[in-house]
Write a protein that binds this ligand. Structure first.
Ligand SMILES: Nc1nc2c([nH]c(=O)n2[C@H]2C[C@H](O)[C@@H](COP(=O)(O)OP(=O)(O)OP(=O)(O)O)O2)c(=O)[nH]1
Length: 136
């Protein structure tokens, strides 16, 4: 077998935002790649940016809120058919602003144990497990 061709590898920071005992899930918009699956809001880390800076920028761009970025969870790497993603999850809280959807189709505030009932992006499975596991 010839070696598998190297595919694009992107690095993405994502925010597990806790508020009043609930957690924010965001449904990707129809015009986005991987439409309509649920994710933790965030996006690609740009050159010269730390994952935490990336998250503050992305949450302001995507949802119009300022967040405080707390503890990092274990990064997760997943191979999609056409690219590889490493996700850098952080537990966050909202600082100010009201949520306005600039890119997402919907948001939901769920009790942590209800999060797995949504249809998540495939890469997010281990993040959910780690997050729910560390709360037990
Ligand atoms: N923000 C976020 N992205 C995720 C999660 N899980 C997951 O597989 N992803 C993927 C979806 C996207 O391919 C990429 C996030 O980059 P992005 O939000 O800037 O993506 P995008 O729609 O601009 O993507 P693209 O069209 O440029 O490919 O990571 C997640 O929980 N949160």
């Amino acid at each position: 077998m010839p070696p598998a061709p190297l595919q694009r590898h992107i690095h993405v920071a994502c925010a597990i935002i806790e508020h009043g005992g609930l957690v924010l899930a965001a449904r990707r918009g129809e015009a986005m790649s991987m439409p309509l699956v649920w994710e933790f809001p965030g996006g690609k880390i740009e050159a010269g940016e730390t994952p935490r800076q990336c998250l503050r920028r992305e949450l302001m761009e995507e949802l119009g809120i300022a967040i405080s970025v707390g503890a990092a969870l274990e990064p997760v790497t997943h191979d999609y058919p056409s690219f590889t993603v490493t996700l850098y999850p952080f537990v966050c809280t909202m600082e100010r602003g009201e949520i306005t959807l600039h890119e997402h189709a919907a948001i939901a505030w769920l009790a942590p144990e209800a999060l797995p009932s949504l249809e998540w992006a495939a890469a997010d499975g281990p993040i959910l497990e780690n997050y729910l596991g560390q709360r037990r």
